[in-house]
Design a protein around this ligand. Structure first.
Ligand code: ATP
Ligand code: MG
Length: 418
């Protein structure tokens, strides 16, 4: 991709109204644009990150047998009155259409997926089953001051699993938990599995929490073992003994990036989702639901992985692998050579499998180019200039590091491949 053609604008001044670090960094770098509180446009750079997060999620959901579907965001009121959640979900966006017909914008999709599954599941032979979607959800969040962390429209992956009995649900739930941990690891974030309230039917749900000062949740976690609970349900105070290993419980603020629940028969009962077992007897289907927020993950990474100059993207979700900067001078002949070598390098890196953003702009100063490169936070920066070409070299700097080094042009792929 040529930076001269990229749809973006970096900005120094972010409106004072934008308080969150993640939105400030993302807006400054031209990754997102704010339409209103809690609602953002993803520009090409931001969208590339979001899509990479979704790709990781897809791969891990497919690996545990999830089949991708896409349900509508516009949903009829009746489905929500069936479960009583038309009135009980306080953040539900409600609309009135022509003829007075009422709708909700999906804030979660149990009300849609359960009657859908009823059309497909008849017998024990149809179970187990897991479907998921990645879709924008809508919630009329009263506090939408945390940038991408708390959107009113935001991206969610929601997977729903269907089982013949509790034992099968339990087993799948553990598999999903492992898959979630893989997702967070690949996204470059360390998530703690936290026991949290499970709603009406299970003692606990499990949240995946990332410790950081900007988090809205408070968790207690053991300094020694992996045990943790959300403060909302925990009977602890900081310094108490861990009930699992006797270690010290610490208190910290955290961002909830994922949440999984055993719904058991809560929704299958409401919609009479049943199956015939081996003896021809009717049983309610056991369900689990598993949510994760791609846009919240993106915001979380911006919160926890940056310096004063901009975001530092983990390799697997970076918008590009390599940011190639050409530093042009006044001599048009030299500039031609710089552009030729840079284009050649871009092409050969792309052939080798690297995604390269090439800053090919001639009329932009080196200072601006470096500043934007730091803002973008692409893991590897390469610089070509008259000086480096005189040594048949390119300057290599890792965004997360401090040192730049000269590498021979014909050695660079090998160097990056390491
Ligand atoms: P919170 O307690 O932060 O409001 P929640 O518990 O209501 O979130 P869930 O219904 O469990 O959220 O949603 C599943 C996942 O979707 C969350 O773990 C989070 O990653 C993401 N998510 C939820 N609400 C938002 C939001 N307003 N903006 C961005 N992501 C969200
Ligand atoms: Mg939750």
């Amino acid at each position: 991709m040529l930076q001269s053609k990229l749809f973006y604008k970096t900005s120094k001044d972010i409106s004072l109204e934008e308080k969150s670090v993640n939105a400030q960094l993302l807006i400054r770098a031209g990754f997102v644009d704010k339409l209103m509180a809690g609602v953002y446009t993803f520009l090409p750079l931001g969208l590339r990150v979001l899509e990479k997060i979704k790709k990781i999620i897809r791969e891990e959901m497919n690996a545990i047998g999830g089949q991708e579907i896409l349900m509508p965001a516009l949903t009829p009121k009746e489905n929500w009155t069936t479960t009583g959640r038309w009135d009980s979900i306080d953040v539900l966006f409600k609309l009135k259409g022509s003829g007075g017909k009422e709708y909700a914008l999906g804030s979660t999709h149990e009300e849609i997926v359960t009657p859908l599954a009823k059309k497909i599941i008849n017998s024990y032979k149809d179970l187990p089953l897991a479907v998921y979607q990645i879709q924008d959800k809508f919630r009329d969040e009263p506090r939408a001051k945390s940038g991408l962390l708390r959107g009113r429209e935001f991206s969610m992956k929601d997977l729903y699993s269907f089982h013949a009995d509790l034992a099968d649900l339990d087993q799948y739930y553990e598999k999903a938990k492992e898959a979630y941990l893989k997702i967070f690891k690949r996204c470059g974030i360390e998530a703690i599995v936290v026991e949290a309230s499970g709603g009406t039917f299970s003692k606990y749900s499990h949240e995946f929490q990332v410790l950081t000062e900007s988090g809205e949740d408070i968790i207690f976690y053991c300094e020694k073992c992996s045990y943790a609970q959300n403060k909302e349900i925990a009977g602890y105070k900081a310094g108490d003994k861990c009930p699992k290993c006797g270690g010290k419980m610490l208190e910290g603020k955290a961002i909830e990036v994922g949440n999984i629940f055993k719904l058991k028969n809560k929704f299958s009962e409401a919609f009479d989702l049943n199956f015939l077992d081996k003896d021809g007897k009717k049983n309610l289907v056991m369900m689990g639901c598993y949510g994760i927020g791609p846009s919240r993950i993106l915001g979380t990474v911006a919160e926890i992985s940056h310096d004063e100059n901009g975001i530092i993207w983990p390799v697997e979700i970076a918008p590009f692998d390599v940011h190639l900067l050409a530093l042009f001078g006044k001599d048009s002949k030299v500039n031609e050579k710089i552009n030729k070598e840079s284009s050649r390098l871009q092409e050969s890196l792309q052939k080798a499998g690297f995604e390269v953003l090439y800053d090919d702009r001639e009329s932009v100063s080196a200072g601006v180019k470096f500043g934007e490169s730091d803002l973008f936070g692409i893991p590897t920066r390469l610089v070509i200039s008259e000086k480096t070409l005189a040594k048949d070299s390119v300057e290599l700097k890792i965004r997360a590091g401090n040192e730049a080094e000269l590498v021979k042009l014909n050695k660079i792929e090998k160097e990056l491949g390491k």
